[in-house]
Design a protein around this ligand. Structure first.
Ligand SMILES: [Zn+2]
Length: 416
């Protein structure tokens, strides 16, 4: 560690010398100002910067416009350090660490692993600025998607492409829930729903005919936003993943209405599948209502209705069976009617044997795991309260990193 500190020190000295600017020559003393006039070289000004090898200092030329009185440092713009105290290398570290762990935890890790002294606030600001910038780029791309200007991506046909979506609540600060009803009536909401989507592909199945997900094929996208904005976002992700060259397409989700509205609107032609395990959960709810505190009868009821009807895709028979139940109380009758409606409405999305014959997935396990790893692991830790802006920036950052696009972001930034 002592050797590393010495190397950092030597590196900082070398870097300071490397970045040390000189007064411009006679023919470079004027540059254009954004106002349209010319800015003239005035003097050399000093600059401090925290880099991956520590604090450095150097001089660079300063230009001033006599028309609008705005000063500029062209060297800062070229180095991507305009109005920033941290070098791109440090910002990249802080963004990554801030996307992975609470900001103060990140501060300590940077100190230990990189030998850099930063504040938790700097980790937070940097991670949110980079995440916000990534989200901004996505919005620009979305705008082009809405105007149907997306480039067609050529490549091999994809045998099966899946889209899954789900929602998960994260705790937010008070101002983000003003006027919103909580889950319990009369109590304010403490959370906002993150909508998360994923896209993955399948090229084969195992000996028993069960589907195998293509390794490393899953990408995520998500945000706290309304269903319509989210639908467009997920469409863009699917497009970038080869929607137009997928031979077979499937959308899998639970019974939530916004999911199927989005599937109809943005993913026409896709096979719609209600997650089998959610559907089974609905049957269990019925079983518990019909036979409260009676395990034996609950299980017997499930055996008949799940194994013989739901799993076999015989939804019309299942609905008929539910509607012919004579419940003990009006309350239970209401609940069972709601469940019968749920199965009736989703019947075509529950033809499980048909889906199985095509070697398709029938569960939304991938997106549920995504809700835990992409969102929960970072945004649902105890004592955390997010602003929408902060949460959306961190979600964009996490998706970018998990989708293996973090390096692309920095490459694009360097090229800009
Ligand atoms: Zn000017």
């Amino acid at each position: 560690m002592a050797m590393r500190a010495a190397m950092h020190h030597a590196g900082a000295t070398a870097l300071s010398q490397l970045l040390q600017g000189n007064p411009p020559g006679a023919e470079e003393r004027e540059i254009s100002c954004p106002c349209g006039q010319k800015a003239r070289y005035r003097e050399m000004r000093s600059r401090h910067l925290l880099t991956v090898v520590g604090e450095i200092g150097f001089l660079r030329p300063w230009y001033l416009c006599s028309q609008c009185h705005n000063g500029q440092f062209p060297a800062d713009a070229a180095l991507d350090i305009e109005k920033l105290e941290l070098s791109p290398g440090v910002r990249r570290m802080l963004a990554l660490i801030g996307s992975e762990a609470p900001f103060d935890h990140g501060r300590r890790q940077i100190q230990l692993l990189a030998g850099l002294e930063v504040t938790a606030k700097a980790v937070e600001r940097t991670a949110e600025a980079i995440g916000g910038h990534i989200a901004q780029g996505e919005r620009r791309e979305l705008q082009r998607a809405v105007q149907l200007e997306l480039p067609v991506i050529v490549g091999e046909p994809i045998p099966i492409l899946y889209i899954q979506m789900d929602g998960t609540g994260i705790p937010v600060v008070k101002k983000e829930t003003v006027g919103r009803q909580g889950k319990t009536e009369g109590r304010p909401a403490h959370t906002r729903e993150v909508k998360l989507g994923c896209v993955f592909t399948q090229t084969t199945w195992d000996k028993e005919g069960y589907p195998i997900r293509a390794p490393d094929s899953t990408t995520y996208t998500g945000a706290i936003e309304n269903a319509d904005a989210f639908g467009k976002r997920l469409y863009l992700e699917a497009w970038n993943r080869g929607w137009n060259r997928a031979v077979k397409k499937a959308v899998i989700g639970d019974g939530a209405e916004w999911i199927w509205n989005n599937a109809d609107l943005h993913f026409p032609g896709a096979i719609q599948i209600v997650d089998l395990y959610h559907a089974r959960q609905h049957l269990w709810d019925v079983a518990r209502r019909l036979h409260p505190n009676d395990d034996m009868n609950q299980k017997a009821w499930i055996t008949v209705h799940q194994k013989r009807l739901l799993d076999k895709g015989k939804i019309e028979k299942l609905v008929l069976a539910l509607r012919s139940i004579n419940p003990a109380t009006p309350e239970v009758a209401d609940q069972i009617r709601i469940e019968a409606d749920y199965f009736e409405k989703n019947a075509e999305r529950m033809r499980y044997p048909k889906f199985r014959r095509q070697h398709l997935f029938v569960g939304s396990g991938v997106i549920e795991a995504g809700c835990k790893t992409v969102i929960g692991a970072r945004l649902k830790q105890s004592g955390m309260f997010w602003t929408l802006r902060g949460a959306n920036a961190i979600i964009a950052l996490r998706c970018c990193y998990l989708n293996n696009r973090f390096e692309d972001y920095w490459d694009a930034r360097r090229a800009a």
